[in-house]
Design a protein around this ligand. Sequence first.
Ligand SMILES: CC(C)(COP(=O)(O)OP(=O)(O)OC[C@H]1O[C@@H](n2cnc3c(N)ncnc32)[C@H](O)[C@@H]1OP(=O)(O)O)[C@@H](O)C(=O)NCCC(=O)NCCS
Length: 183
Amino acid sequence: MSALEGTRVRLRPLAPTEYSSVFAWYNDAETVAPFDRFSVDTFDDFVAAVAAAPDDPASLAPRFAVERKDEGTVVGVVGHYRAHPVLEYTDVWYILGDRGARGKGFGRDAVRLLVDHVFATIGPERVGATSDVENVASCRLLEALGFRLEGTLRSALFHHGRWHDVRVYGLTRSEWATTVPRA
Ligand SMILES: CC(C)(COP(=O)(O)OP(=O)(O)OC[C@H]1O[C@@H](n2cnc3c(N)ncnc32)[C@H](O)[C@@H]1OP(=O)(O)O)[C@@H](O)C(=O)NCCC(=O)NCCS
């Protein structure tokens, strides 16, 4: 698959030489706790999950590396998954494991590319995302891209020793086509 080119980042498949550094992010509680959905116990499990992901719409494994265009470094990973066994929508997720890369617009550019890709290739009428209500950067990122807040799931996510409320966001194909900033 060719890369998806944004203004600040490109999305491309992870190279096997990058697996170990990405896997290390999954052992960083501050990076994964805000969503905490994809748990892999071993490096071998991680490698197997990445390999199997293209054939599994529900896979939570990373589907793209987020590469900074200015430095050529991989600063994060993103993915998408069929989130419900009956309802027909696809959720997106995203992490910048490189903390120094956060707050500079890379996340928003990456998710914009990801949403475009999901609408174009998987073809749902709705793309969704969830975010801990306390994850301000994640909520603002989604809202800046045009996602609408559809509701709040109370006490739906456990991390840091307590339950957290989770916001449910959604974006329809027609909203994305007509209202979303392209860069
Ligand atoms: C959430 C995350 C992907 C956001 O990506 P990012 O590149 O840091 O965010 P951006 O620079 O694109 O900014 C997106 C918005 O969030 C705001 N923002 C960024 N960091 C912020 C922070 N620490 N506190 C408050 N707002 C913040 C930006 O101002 C921007 O809002 P605006 O458009 O209203 O100005 C990234 O911070 C991250 O990976 N965090 C850890 C893992 C995580 O939480 N993943 C998401 C789980 S749902």
